[in-house]
Design a protein around this ligand. Structure first.
Ligand code: PA5
Length: 437
């Protein structure tokens, strides 16, 4: 389902990884007893039948669904749809699924005009139930939906079960509601109703997604450090970051993984970029994630990767099983075209990935490789879970809390105050003074 190769990545550094064994054993013990919030996903399967029933009902009434969410409430959904349905799905797929994850007056106006609102359903996703961008989009599009005759009981709300405005509005409107477990942070929530409900709308098996995650969980809890892919990769990442590799490039060799790259960037950055105080000294933890797509970015970023500063590590993600697309023998008198005859696009993609990896390894750049078996919900579930676990293990090594996001929260609070939210009135002058400065 998922293979990790750290051969070149660790070359010569294996002994040095021993210092990460203690955090690894701590991590493994907590993983095994499902003590980390992200492991709560493994229990989300029991909600699937109810989600599938609602999805089936709504599919017969609507041809398009507009999902409103941001950050952890949108990136996983985009990754999931892109991987399993492809970037062109909405051209002919049914139902169509669109995700709006920004405040954009332009897009709001375009979507109002473009969509047939008598056949468009609304899915409102916000774990906290208060994120201002999503709340504003919901208010705006709810009005559009209502004016087109949309039924309140067909709205779907996904949030945590706390006492928040979103739950109260859902009750008042009689909307469908799915809850995610309160301790599960947004960026780890793709394998909860946040991702599983949109998956159900598109007929993607939530059970298979979770099965992939479960299988990775088993491997990671069973294997000792010498053979555990998570220890070897996570330890290697810490080893290199201690030697000045401050940028973590994830080179995804398949356009189907491009949105996964953005999901990874949020997970990595928001979980590991932390200010902390260790033995009295202020420490800034974290490395900068950068996702790119092969072969596309061979024609842009690769030049920098190869000849620019030696401050990066490189992860390659590839997919082993590919449809066979054979190139016909055409234009055979021209040397630039003749050699393609009978070769496949899959072969070419694999060759180009290998060429890129070899050229970086030759330059002494640390490269690791994650190979997914195929394009299936199980492989994607495995990939999500593996990277969630990787982030949490690295957090153990760096002694940071991977489940909070004080930097993000502060931005939300300033927005609440400046936009005039009542319970932030007292803090408004303080933030207005900052604006003046
Ligand atoms: O991971 C996180 O906690 C954040 O990125 C949130 O997902 C993001 O801020 C959106 O929050 P919410 O789902 O509460 O609207």
């Amino acid at each position: 389902m998922l293979k990790v190769d750290v051969g070149h990545f660790l070359a010569g550094a294996e002994e040095e990884l021993k210092i990460y064994q203690e955090p690894f054993f701590r991590f493994q013990e907590r993983l095994d007893s499902c003590a980390y919030p992200f492991t709560l996903s493994l229990e989300e399967g029991r909600k699937i039948p109810a989600m599938e029933a609602v999805a089936e009902r709504l599919r017969s009434a609507y041809e398009t669904f507009l999902v409103l969410g941001i950050g952890g409430s949108s990136l996983g959904i985009k990754a999931l749809v892109q991987f399993l349905k492809g970037p062109y799905y909405n051209l002919a797929g049914s139902p169509r699924l669109l995700v709006l994850d920004n405040i954009s007056p332009h897009l709001a106006r375009q979507l109002t005009d473009l969509l047939d609102w008598r056949r468009t359903g609304l899915i409102y996703i916000s774990k906290s139930g208060s994120t201002p961008e999503t709340a504003a989009n919901f208010i705006y599009f709810y009005q559009v939906y209502r004016e087109a005759g949309g039924r309140p009981q067909d709205l779907v709300f996904i949030c945590d079960p706390g006492d928040n405005g979103m739950n109260r509005i859902a009750r008042e409107l009689g909307a469908e509601v799915f809850h995610l477990p309160p301790p599960l942070p947004g960026r780890y929530s793709v394998l909860s109703p946040v991702g599983l409900f949109p998956a159900a709308l598109l007929g993607i098996s939530g059970e298979e997604l979770l099965e992939g995650a479960r299988r990775v969980h088993e491997v990671l809890t069973a294997k000792g450090p010498e053979t555990n892919p998570l220890f070897l990769l996570g330890g290697g990442i810490c080893y290199w970051s201690a030697r000045g590799k401050n940028i973590h490039v994830l080179f995804n060799y398949e356009t189907l993984l491009s949105e996964f790259g953005f999901w990874f960037m949020q997970l990595w950055a928001e979980s590991l970029g932390k200010k902390l105080s260790l033995t009295g000294a202020e420490v800034r933890a974290g490395t900068t994630p950068l996702a790119c797509v092969g072969t596309t970015d061979q024609h842009s970023l690769l030049q920098l990767f190869k000849e620019g500063p030696d401050d990066k590590i490189y992860g390659f993600v590839t997919i082993e099983e590919k449809p066979e697309v054979v190139l016909p023998s055409l234009f055979t008198t021209e040397k630039e075209y003749a050699y393609f005859g009978g070769r496949t696009l899959g072969e070419q993609l694999a060759v180009e990935q290998l060429a890129t990896e070899i050229s970086l390894v030759r330059e002494g750049r640390p490269c690791y490789h994650v190979a997914l078996h195929d394009v299936s919900p199980a492989s994607l579930g495995a990939l999500f879970y593996f990277f969630e676990a990787l982030v949490v293990f690295v957090a153990e090594c760096w002694q940071v809390n991977p489940f909070d996001q004080p930097g993000v929260e502060e931005g939300k609070q300033i927005t609440y105050a400046l936009m005039g939210r009542k319970d932030y009135e007292a803090r408004r002058p303080q933030f207005e003074a900052l604006v003046e400065e």
